[in-house]
Each structure stands twice: as structure tokens, then as C-alpha cells.
Design a protein around this ligand. Structure first.
Ligand SMILES: [Zn+2]
Length: 135
């Protein structure tokens, strides 16, 4: 049982913690307005304090990723699928063989050739290394 330290009534429900002139008091809801309410839940307090920072960071990361994605898209030329197919055929490689050489799945090579997937800079770099003289 908790009594209100101002009016002495038994506190039913949530106990309010307030400060009046530097002293901390447990009071009933009605008396809470006499002082400054203290946020008791430390976890909530921490979350409130750190959330905006994390949010900003997450946002920044997202922008960085978007920049990266844009950069990758710019570097891959249009018609990359046809270009890859022609280069691969000139090199006399099958999709599976090329996939093996670049250490990727055959399905990825097929998707790139069909332009269903935009190859990442890393993947395209590997393709360029293998088909250098044919691209
Ligand atoms: Zn009270």
C-alpha cells in the first residue's frame, strides 16, 4: 500500500513521482500537479534520448546505400544483357562456364543476360575480368 505523501490518501492505480523544491515525493494523481512529474521508467527515458540519433544514423546509411545503388546503375551501360551475351558467346563460354569462372550461379548470369537483374559493380567487375577482350 502506498500513501500519497501530500494528502495521505491511499494511492490506487499508478503512483506519481514528483519533485517539489528538490525533494522527491510519491503522490496520488490529483496531487501530481503540485510538483514536477519525474519520468520513472528509465528504459523509456533512454529510448527517448537515443532514438533520434539512431534514426538519423539509419537515415544516413540509407542515403549512402541509395548513392551507391545509383552509382552502380550509372556504371552499367544500357544493353548490358545483350553485351554480356555477345561477349560470352565470342569467348566461347556457356552461361554455366562463365558463372563458374566468376564464382556466381548460372541463374544470375541468365538473369543478367535477360536484363532481369542489374549486376552489382562487384559482379560486373568479375565479368569484365573474364570477358575483358570481348566486352
Ligand atoms: Zn494526494
Amino acid at each position: 500500500m502506498t500513501e500519497c505523501e501530500i494528502c495521505g490518501v491511499e494511492i490506487k492505480g499508478k503512483v506519481q513521482y514528483i519533485t517539489i523544491g528538490g525533494s522527491k515525493l510519491q503522490v496520488c494523481k490529483a496531487c501530481a500537479r503540485h510538483g514536477t512529474v519525474i519520468v520513472q521508467d528509465n528504459k523509456a527515458k533512454t529510448t527517448l534520448g537515443s532514438e533520434p540519433v539512431q534514426h538519423v544514423k539509419a537515415k544516413r546509411r540509407l542515403y549512402e546505400q541509395m548513392d551507391l545503388a545509383l552509382e552502380e546503375e550509372r556504371e552499367i551501360e544500357e544493353g548490358y544483357g545483350r553485351k554480356l551475351k555477345e561477349a560470352r558467346e565470342k569467348a566461347g563460354l556457356k552461361q554455366a562456364e562463365l558463372a563458374k569462372r566468376i564464382n556466381e550461379k548460372e541463374s544470375l548470369v541468365r538473369k543478367i543476360e535477360n536484363e532481369e537483374t542489374i549486376p552489382s559493380k562487384e559482379v560486373w567487375g568479375k565479368i569484365e575480368r573474364v570477358l575483358k577482350s570481348f566486352l
